[in-house]
Design a protein around this ligand. Sequence first.
Ligand SMILES: *[C@@H]1O[C@H](CO)[C@@H](O)[C@H](O)[C@H]1NC(C)=O
Ligand SMILES: *[C@@H]1O[C@H](CO)[C@@H](O)[C@H](O)[C@H]1NC(C)=O
Ligand SMILES: *[C@@H]1O[C@H](CO)[C@@H](O)[C@H](O)[C@H]1NC(C)=O
Ligand SMILES: *[C@@H]1O[C@H](CO)[C@@H](O)[C@H](O)[C@H]1NC(C)=O
Length: 935
Amino acid sequence: MADSDPASFLTQANAILRKNLTYQKRNVWSNVRLIMIPFYLCLVLVGIQALFDSQVSNSLDNQCGCKCIHKTRDETCQMVCGVEYSTRDQAVFCAIPNPQPWPPLILIPLPRNRVVDANLTNVSCKQRNNCPVTILFTGNNQSLGATLSRNLFRRSFPMNYSDLLFSLADNVLATTYKGSPTNYLDAGIVSDRFIYNIQSRCTPNSKVSFSLGQSPLNFTKEMRCGQGLNLWINSSREINDDIFKGYLKGNSEGMINEIVAAYDLLDTNRTNFNVNIWYNATYQDDSGNMPPKLLRVPRLVSLMSNAYLQYLKSPRTRMLLEFVKEMPKPETKLRLDIASLIGAVFFTWVILLLFPVILTSLVYEKQQRLRIIMKMHGLGDGPYWMITYTYFLAISTSYVICLMIFGSAIGLNFFRLNDYSIHFVFYFLYINLQISLAFLASSAFSNVETASVVAYIYVFGSGLLGWLLFQFLIEELSFPRRWIFVMELYPGFSLFRGLYEFAQYAFQGSLTRRQGMKWKDISDSSMDKVFYIIIVEWFFSLIAAYYIDKMSSSGKDLLFFLKNPFNKYLLPQRPSLQKQVSAVSVEMEKLDVTQESEKVQKLMRAQRTSHAIVCNTMKKVYPGRDGNPPKMAVRGLSLAVPSGECFGMLGPNGAGKTSFINMMTGLVKPTSGSAFVQGLDICTDMDRVYTSMGVCPQHDLLWETLSGREHLFFYGRLKNLKDSKLDQAVEESLKSVNLLHGGVADKPAGKYSGGMKRRLSVAISLIGSPKVVYMDEPSTGLDPASRMNLWTVIKRAKTNTAIILTTHSMEEAEFLCDRLGIFVDGRLQCIGNPKELKGRYGGSYVLTMTTASEHEKDVEVLVQDVSPNAKKIYNIAGTQKFEIPKEEVRISEVFQAVEKAKSTLKVFAWGLADTTLEDVFIKVARSGQAFNVFS
Ligand SMILES: *[C@@H]1O[C@H](CO)[C@@H](O)[C@H](O)[C@H]1NC(C)=O
Ligand SMILES: *[C@@H]1O[C@H](CO)[C@@H](O)[C@H](O)[C@H]1NC(C)=O
Ligand SMILES: *[C@@H]1O[C@H](CO)[C@@H](O)[C@H](O)[C@H]1NC(C)=O
Ligand SMILES: *[C@@H]1O[C@H](CO)[C@@H](O)[C@H](O)[C@H]1NC(C)=O
């Protein structure tokens, strides 16, 4: 019925895809809930923003001041707003139709940073805090330079208050305050620092004060004299050197040497004015924003052109730069974009939140052994990876798309201002990395709870560290950028960095009403590095995850190169132990077991074999833990099972049956020995073995939400059944295990009773007529009717299949199995078909007789008469059991003896029974264990 070829990659992929689709369809609400998470989180952001707006932005302090004007007729209030009704704090938010003109200032260094002589080394004035303000000169004509520099500063302090701006502009006004982004208020004048008037000679303690602006934006300022110093330097190269030495690093004394500006007069002469100006453009205002850098420069230009004009014409000539003035502005409001401010950490959490979801789902499949059971039915790693990866990618992609849509719909600048395609590419790359990392991490966990705890720690830890530590380091410009790069190698930080850049651009954009990040910005914002890191890490983690998965699922030890030498020194006694064990097993082996192993030896030498399963002296030793000695679970097992045979494995709990099944199904590797299934070595060819194997595990491994029919369709497809064959096989399978009536087949397996699950598991193991089937206690928990039914199914299935089943039910073993092996303490004690075994081990009848206890002796005498070799095996309160060798008695003699006894003593009950398989089992198990107690 089944195709003998194993299912192709695409067939397998198709099977698991359809299964997952059905599974996810049932799960649709939890998926929708997951995808809706960004929506709720975005709502939280909007809430915070609304709260901020109502409490801070809309508070009276943060808007233009207004006043109520009463109209005479109706008592209604008319609000008039404007600078004149505002406090100074409110005024900046008002409409400013005619901004205040400010006198142009130049920027000078703080007194302690100033340079003082041509060698830039004198430090004494720095201690006294009265260093002059230095301007450097160079050019081709030193005498011209001297003339011009004399014209630069006024000698006296002419103030004409009736034309204040003109007279201020005629002086050289300077500030140490660095500036602000707008010039509605000149920070140099508004701030509480001094204004300096730079003069070539200062009269001590000369101070002048003046006021500027209209109420409430009026400022009274005290102006001090600042000593100007012009220094001639021989060449522009030397100026470059000096500035370079002064810049940031300081000179040999560790002092910073800053100059105001430097002029290179080049070839200036009477007919030709040509000048280069050095000025310091690296300054920032105190809030870290870059102000318009040129704001302080125009005065430096006008300074020199005036000096030249005076040299050309006369000392009285003036061509003044009288004031600078901002553009008019409308009324504004304080608008802080909270989403952009906290966006980096917030969205880091939102996106990282997918990690625990993916990880726990992967670990769940591992913990519930669903992954391995699929594998045992022939699902290759490739299709599993492809489909699972694609599913997570689809879910994550929908998640981030929803995030972007909700975020934009709600109006977050974080999304609206930056280019959507950068957003998408960034998230898409990152979720790919995240999925591969989850795959990689899943190999380290076997428990869902541990995995989810660790994953959530990762999520919140990364967000918080990013916010509190990494962001601080990014903003600290003196922190080396290459260490930032190294930190970004940590995936949580690379995500954080990307989102941080989005947030920065969005915040700037919302302040300046411009667009945020565009593709052309991505190398400025170091987004490109983040992209490269993510792509490279994605690639490597995917490869590593695949490699580790392959290694661990094929039972190989990843760190074998570390462990081998270690073992050698730790367990020097190991070879001797093994020798001892093999000596014992030789002594112990029974004839039938020896015959079986000879048969296996012969089969091993033969080229081809009709035997589906051949195990050759398989051993499994679990290494000792915590000081316990190594545990020998299987001590050398040889077994050959031909196709069409059902081999039953009996044995007490803990005898090693499950270890044996685990080895045969590829869950664990044998310590030594080998096994061949259909001629394929289970140590090397397990993947191909799986394609013709069925397993019914001891505990049902089913998906709660999938129906019985869907399970069978899935496993049927894995066994390469197609179209009508598949339908037919599923239908037959359902019928044979009695799951068809009452619509049971279409109910979710989670609602099944224990017996129904069991039947479904058996049906799964048999679908597609696998060549080899392992059943671990298939009929536990079934009612007698279903059990009978199931047995018929198994019996029918075994015609061209080799079945190995373990059971505790002797009835089942007798009914189903062609041969039985009793497995005690890791070793087969006997092997043969049920009748043979009974004959061999049970060559006796069991006579039970119950009398009053004072007659026990009489009964014993009577039995001795019938059979001198009878053995008493049981005696309690007058009930005695005797074993009577078959060859010594005939049943009729026993009857006669009992009749005779009845006449002399009172027999309450008696019975004569042939040995059952159960007796054999108990006997063999007991002898096997007894031996091992002494060995
Ligand atoms: C240098 O400038 C002075 C005027 O200050 C002028 O008299 C002189 O000729 C100039 N020298 C040269 C070499 O151009
Ligand atoms: C001050 O400026 C006014 C207006 O330009 C002018 O009329 C007056 O003469 C000036 N006073 C002095 C002392 O220069
Ligand atoms: C500058 O050049 C003049 C003459 O060309 C020379 O006397 C003087 O030492 C030089 N100064 C420096 C600092 O090199
Ligand atoms: C330029 O300005 C920066 C920032 O204010 C300052 O640290 C630096 O020392 C200045 N450089 C010079 C040569 O003045």
